[in-house]
Write a protein that binds this ligand. Structure first.
Ligand SMILES: Cc1ncc(COP(=O)(O)O)c(C=O)c1O
Length: 496
């Protein structure tokens, strides 16, 4: 919806500013999907949503637990006797059993190598709400937070929009697999100071969004030394802590803090460290809006708790989660089965891409891959990246997210989510990519041939037509397999 200029003057500066960051291809891709969503039978040529970092692989495990534990819900005969208490009770500290259960779960999600104090748990409306509250506690308008690139696009909205703080990129590149270095941190810090930006902290997402990688201990120690040296905050968004499906294991900042605190040769201040967590990814419950701010700073806990009145988690949700998360046997088996399923999906998807010569940054975590399409760009520019992105969304009909929306400094990288769709849809997506690459190669060969004949003819590398998506003509072997679930797909039936 576009708000007219005259009407805008009636609204606040915050409401009309463009600092929400939603004018980005990351969000545009979602709109393209909404207008033409793929459905296996009703809209088989629609856009497949691969821009949504959602874990839909393990809902059945939670559904089964719900069926077996009807007393965990106040909407069943078994649980209804708690209805009155739960409907009335609303304390911004959170229900004690919920805080205890989530603190224990946070420890489990970090390999049980650290423990969390339930009294430091502050609730928020998802990680989104929790991280904004934290920014309100740490930064005044204009203050800066360093953030390594590429970074989660919604940080611009969640952290910056309403608080007025600013994000200051720390440039990371593929030359060292986008690892953050001391040198890059120092450069960004120095540049910010020279531009009169007061740096109040550093924010990282570990595991990374969009890279799907985890940080090693040495890097985390480097960050810890850096922030202590500068006396600034370190905010670690660990929303994917248990969404790790391959080695190396995830190392939480809490573990590094614990280790460094024990080391008599180093002086570190735990009050500078804050963790953002949520159940949106690790339990696949983004609709529940369960966000957690865990701070080692008493002042932050106290202020953020007052602010949490604006984004509490409903007591019905707290009650349910306290029950399920306290079932330790279930939690153990859920976490390991979920990792197993993610590992399998990741393998299927990356191997499928590799068959077409497409590589991704090696990753061990999260719900997406960081796909390298640099070789498909005519020139290494963001204009070319956008051209390729439009082609992928309009012709290949896949909503993937271009690297520029993550403030990546190198054109040609794309984030592709693989856990929000079913197996069948993954195969269709891979098949579309297969056709795209094949057609691209054919066009390139044709262009080279033409060039040889007419040396002045234009490079045709990106001039595909959507007509080449005649999926029956170009079915890849994986789809044509008699064992493929697609043998029965209406798409195939209609055309056979
Ligand atoms: C790194 C990161 N932080 C925060 C969020 C927001 O999570 P929530 O749904 O809990 O608000 C996301 C969601 O994609 C994310 O990837």
């Amino acid at each position: 919806m576009v708000i007219s200029k005259e009407k805008q003057t009636l609204l606040s500066k915050i409401a009309t500013s463009d600092q929400h960051g939603e004018n980005s291809p990351y969000f545009d891709g979602w709109k393209a999907y909404d207008q033409d969503p793929f459905h296996p039978t009703e809209n088989p040529d629609g856009v497949i949503q691969m821009g949504l970092a959602e874990n839909q692989l393990s809902h059945d495990l939670i559904e089964k637990w719900i069926m077996e534990n009807p007393e965990s819900s106040i909407c069943t005969n078994e649980g209804l006797h708690l209805f009155k208490d739960i409907a009335n009770f609303q304390d911004y500290h959170g229900m004690p059993e919920f805080r205890k259960a989530i603190a224990t779960f946070m420890g489990k999600a970090r390999g049980s190598r650290v423990t969390f104090d339930p009294d430091r748990i502050v609730m928020g409306g998802g990680a989104t709400g929790a991280s904004e509250s934290l920014m309100f506690c740490l930064a005044d308008p204009g203050d800066g937070f360093l953030v390594p690139t590429p970074y989660y696009p919604a940080f611009d909205r969640d952290l910056r929009w309403r608080t007025g703080m600013q994000l200051v990129p720390v440039v990371c590149t593929s030359s060292n697999n986008f690892k953050i270095t001391k040198q890059a941190l120092e450069t960004a810090y120095k540049n910010a100071i020279e531009s009169n930006i007061k740096i109040k902290g550093l924010i990282i997402a570990n595991p990374s969004n969009p890279l799907g990688t985890t940080m090693d201990k040495e890097t985390l120690k480097t960050l810890m030394r850096f922030i202590n040296d500068k006396d600034i905050h370190l905010v670690c968004d660990e929303i994917y802590a248990a969404t790790v499906f391959n080695t190396p294991d995830f190392i939480s900042i809490s573990e590094v803090l614990q280790e460094m605190e024990r080391d008599p040769t180093i002086q570190i201040n735990p009050e500078l460290v804050h963790i953002i967590y949520s159940l949106s990814k690790d339990m696949g419950l983004p609709g529940f809006r369960v966000g957690i701010l865990y701070s080692y700073n008493d002042g932050v806990v106290s202020s953020a708790r007052k602010m949490s009145s604006f984004g509490l988690i409903s007591t019905q949700t707290q009650h349910f989660l306290a029950s399920i998360l306290s079932d330790e046997v279930f939690v153990e088996s859920f976490l390991s089965e979920n990792s197993r399923r993610l590992a399998k999906r990741h393998k299927v998807f990356t191997q499928g891409l590799e068959e077409d010569g497409i590589t991704c940054l090696a990753s061990n975590a999260a719900l997406y891959v960081w796909m390298d399409l640099r070789s498909l760009l005519k020139k290494p520019t963001f204009d070319e990246e956008m051209k390729l992105w439009r082609l992928i969304i309009n012709d290949v009909k896949l909503n993937v997210s271009p690297g520029s929306s993550f403030r990546c400094e190198e054109p040609g990288w794309f984030r592709v989510c693989f856990a929000n769709i079913d197996e069948q849809t993954v195969q269709i997506a891979l098949n579309r990519i297969h056709i795209f690459v094949k057609k691209g190669k054919e066009n390139e060969a044709m262009a080279t041939k033409k060039k040889r004949n007419k040396p002045w003819s234009k490079d045709l590398r990106l001039t595909f037509s959507s007509r080449f998506y005649d999926e029956t003509m170009m079915m890849s072997p994986r789809i044509m397999s008699p064992h493929s679930p697609f043998a029965l797909s209406p798409l195939v039936q209609a055309r056979n």
